[in-house]
Design a protein around this ligand. Structure first.
Ligand SMILES: [Cu+2]
Length: 473
């Protein structure tokens, strides 16, 4: 039996050199501080205090994890734990994440850095971290059961590898993945190039965020982890509009935006007023000869894209997923289209039976943004947000790129709404209006089908839905 005294005896016989080489320095070292973030706001870029210099990224509604240098190795400490994430003012979700937030902090290193990451598991079940897209020793790949035993609750594991490839990456569990990603466990990783790189431009602003999706019933706090496709909250870094910060840049800045998709569907990410090119994926920089301009790029599941453009048009430019049901929040979208149907009469009758029934969208759904709906607690309106000209009627994956000529270099503060030069805003026509020719109106008897009357009319289906619960989104 080996005792502490035996160990010292052995060490004294063999000398200090043997002790140093047989006992891991890592095991002897105290853990680096586990820094925790309590705010869901966009934190200013973390300027590197030591190591190779680089131009840091800004994580949208997120932050970068500080490190410590230990004999030339960058040491980070991630703590997997339950967190409370404010998805937008008025709604908090009970998620799992890292170091106080979901997603976890961004990790920024430089090509060639040796990186050591301590991962402490404070979840009620085992976990692991997979370093998506990285070249590394197989045993550091973080696949529970395949390349390592899973990290049991209360345990700390150490990952160590050299960041070989510059680019945009992410990290996420590779243990009970469906649960852990549906609960919000993920984070971004950027490896900056060591030297000037022929395929990587220097940029003035460098943003990063992850796409994630949740199924949280209105009024509930926890995601339904059994959901496979019917998610109802489409988020950027576990935030939904109007909780997503704007991307504030200076006119003529070269802007890079890095986006990774850890939802279960694709997202065509679209910018207004500018064209971008995809300059890189999680596979590395795209050769210049293979780039083309576009205004929307589709990001498939498990992919990362970095897009770049020169922000040379001043204004407040929408930046969003182009799937229109991804730019709204969770509330009764499983209602039938009632556009053109005057159903007030029907609604009055239904109201006698179901007082909470509301007529929705006989002219479209825009009145949803303004109507005073009785919302359950901890719920966001389906379409919301106020702009300088009225309601934006948005939710989910929507934000604004604000381009200003007086935004200072390195200043990421929201400059407020754009002040349009005189005569550059769409306006109401004030002249005479010609009568537009219209087809003769068709009489529609909404009661005909219900009463099984003599006229052959398709039965008008009226689904009665109270404003709680939903599916199909
Ligand atoms: Cu989308």
């Amino acid at each position: 039996m080996s005792t502490r005294r035996d160990f010292f005896k052995l060490a004294s016989i063999a000398g200090g050199a043997l002790a140093a080489s047989t006992v891991s320095k890592v095991a002897l070292a105290a853990l680096p501080d586990a820094v925790t973030q309590t705010s869901p706001d966009t934190m200013p870029p973390l300027q590197p205090k030591n190591g190779r210099p680089y131009n840091p990224v800004v994580t949208l509604n997120g932050w970068t994890l500080p490190w410590r240098m230990n004999n030339g190795v960058k040491e980070f400490h991630l703590v997997a734990e339950p967190v409370v994430r404010e998805m937008a003012p008025g709604m908090k979700a009970h998620l799992w994440g890292y170091n106080g937030q979901s997603p976890g902090p961004t990790i920024e290193v430089v090509e060639g850095d040796r990186v050591r990451i301590f991962v402490t598991n404070r979840l009620p079940e085992h976990t692991s971290i997979h370093w998506h897209g990285q070249r590394l020793p197989n045993g550091m790949d973080g696949v529970s059961g395949l390349t390592q035993p899973s990290i049991q609750p209360g345990k700390t594991f150490v990952y160590e590898f050299v960041a070989r490839r510059p680019g945009t990456f992410m990290y996420h569990p590779h243990a009970d993945e469906m649960t852990q990603m549906a609960m919000g466990m993920m984070g971004s990783w950027v490896t900056h190039p060591k030297n000037k790189h022929p395929q990587i431009d220097e940029v003035d602003r460098d943003f990063i965020f992850l796409l994630s999706a949740y199924d949280i019933e209105p009024g509930a706090f926890k995601p339904n982890i059994m959901t496979m496709t019917d998610f109802n909250l489409w988020t950027w870094n576990s935030r939904v509009f109007p909780g997503i910060d704007t991307l504030n840049v200076r006119k003529n800045d070269r802007v890079r935006i890095r986006v990774g998709n850890l939802t279960m569907t694709n997202h065509p990410i679209h910018i207004h007023g500018h064209e971008f090119t995809v300059t890189g994926t999680d596979g590395g920089p795209v050769p210049r000869t293979a780039r083309w301009p576009e205004v929307t790029t589709d990001i498939a599941v498990g992919q990362m894209r970095q897009v770049e453009f020169v922000a040379d048009e001043e204004g407040d430019w929408s930046f969003h997923c182009h799937k229109s049901h991804h730019t709204m929040n969770a509330m009764g979208h499983n209602v039938p289209s009632m556009i053109g149907v005057d159903h007030k009469d029907v609604a009055d009758k239904i109201n006698k039976l179901i007082p909470a029934y509301m007529t929705m969208g006989d002219k479209g759904m825009a009145d949803m943004g303004a109507m005073e709906m009785p919302l359950p607690d901890n719920t966001l309106p389906m379409m919301t947000g106020e702009g300088p000209f009225g309601g934006l009627e948005m939710g989910g994956m929507f934000s604004v790129v604000k381009v200003r000529k007086d935004q200072k270099p390195g200043d990421y503060k929201d400059p407020g709404w754009f002040r349009h030069p005189k005569g550059t805003v769409a306006y109401e026509y004030g002249g005479p209006v010609a009568e537009a020719p219209r087809p003769p109106a068709q009489p529609v008897d909404v009661h005909a089908g219900m009463k099984h009357g003599s006229r052959v009319m398709p039965e008008l289906e009226v689904q009665v839905r109270k404003p709680q619960g939903h599916s199909g989104h």
